[in-house]
Design a binder for this molecule. Structure first.
Ligand SMILES: [Zn+2]
Length: 349
């Protein structure tokens, strides 16, 4: 359904990455700064998360393990007993009945367990950019996981939702991690009939990040390399879209040590930025093929110094099997554990 750019065309940019037209499966490891994040609003605690995961709001002021423990103990009081918690529960249900309902292999119970929160971001059409923090006590490593920046890659959002359930099982993690999940960054594209890669303004969000010389390079790339493919229009200016501005804000406030971006359907693993990339996640093997003006990998990995793992699932409409999704998760955790905290990145320049 997606037409890759021709691989043989000459290209004005160096280095060039043309095999991945979607180019942004991002796994971001971020810092525990929760100040303005959407998670500080009193997450509704499900029975799944209640005992095993410290709510993100407890993280910001925890200075020591003891303090963290104390904060976590306080914060595990079910927020659903509060008005804010009830509102969040309502928003979560609304998400599961609208945007997330379009995702393959995401049951309503799985979606509800994700406890998505509307946060502060909105799409062009006003749809919340649902976000959720999942934090294990003592976490120093911040990872941002983003899916669905391209609205027609439905399996990307699904994988993020499945991983959220796994992130709530900290016993499996070699080290405590503060995760921030944004499973669907482009809800307007997901909700379109049929789903669309671009957002409601017709912008390819993964070409809209403020890489150096964007004004010149993004336009040249679009006009010459894509021959003005409407599916790949970078927009009028960098960060012109509310969806990209939201992710950019998250990068600045959360300061991830690692970003994981999930895409489809090219069936490879890509990596930008410092650190040694993972050689494989599940059945996806590393294939670094180039960069695009305005892409998240280019902006985050090359220019901000935040490692960006880009996952290209093999199918846009179907998720991998459950066992494969779990293996990818375990491979990711293993790779992260092989890096000392901080060696993945410093939270960005
Ligand atoms: Zn994509």
């Amino acid at each position: 359904m997606l037409s890759p750019l021709p691989l043989t065309e000459p290209h004005p940019f160096q280095p060039v990455r043309v095999a991945l037209t979607c180019g942004l499966a991002a796994l971001v490891l971020a810092a525990p700064t929760l100040a303005a994040g959407p998670v500080a609003e009193g997450p509704a605690k499900s029975s799944v998360a209640k005992k095993s995961v410290a709510p993100a709001r407890s993280a910001s002021s925890a200075k020591s393990p003891a303090a963290a423990k104390s904060m976590a103990a306080k914060a595990t009081v079910p927020a659903t007993s509060t008005a804010a918690g009830a509102a969040t529960a309502t928003a979560t249900a609304a998400a599961c009945d609208s945007v997330m309902r379009r995702l393959p292999n995401v049951s309503r119970p799985l979606c509800l367990a994700a406890e998505l929160e509307p946060g502060t971001g909105r799409s062009v059409k006003g749809v919340p950019l649902f976000t959720r923090d999942i934090r294990t006590e003592g976490a120093k490593l911040r990872v941002l996981v983003m899916g669905g920046i391209h609205g027609d890659e439905l399996s990307a959002g699904s994988l993020a939702i499945h991983w959220m359930a796994m992130a709530k099982q900290p016993a499996q993690m070699p080290q405590p991690v503060h995760w921030r999940f944004i499973p669907v960054l482009n809800p307007d594209g997901v909700l379109a009939q049929p789903p669309r890669r671009v957002n409601a303004n017709g912008v390819d969000l993964n070409r809209n990040f403020p890489t150096p010389n964007w004004e010149r390079d993004a336009a040249v790339y679009w006009e010459q390399r894509t021959r003005k493919d409407p599916r790949r229009w970078p927009g009028k200016r960098p960060l012109s879209e509310p969806e990209t501005r939201y992710l950019h804000e998250q990068m600045q406030s959360f300061k991830p040590h690692l970003i994981v971006a999930i895409h489809a359907p090219y069936g490879v693993l890509d990596f930008d930025g410092p650190s040694v990339p993972p050689s494989k996640l599940g059945r996806l093997y590393l294939d670094q093929v180039g960069i695009f003006p305005g892409s998240l990998g280019n902006y985050g990995g090359v220019h901000k110094g935040v490692p960006v793992v880009t996952i290209e699932l093999p199918n846009s409409m179907r998720t991998p099997l459950d066992a494969e999704m779990r293996q990818m998760w375990l491979d990711l955790l293993r790779w992260m554990s092989e890096k000392a905290v901080g060696s993945l990145g410093n939270g960005g320049r």
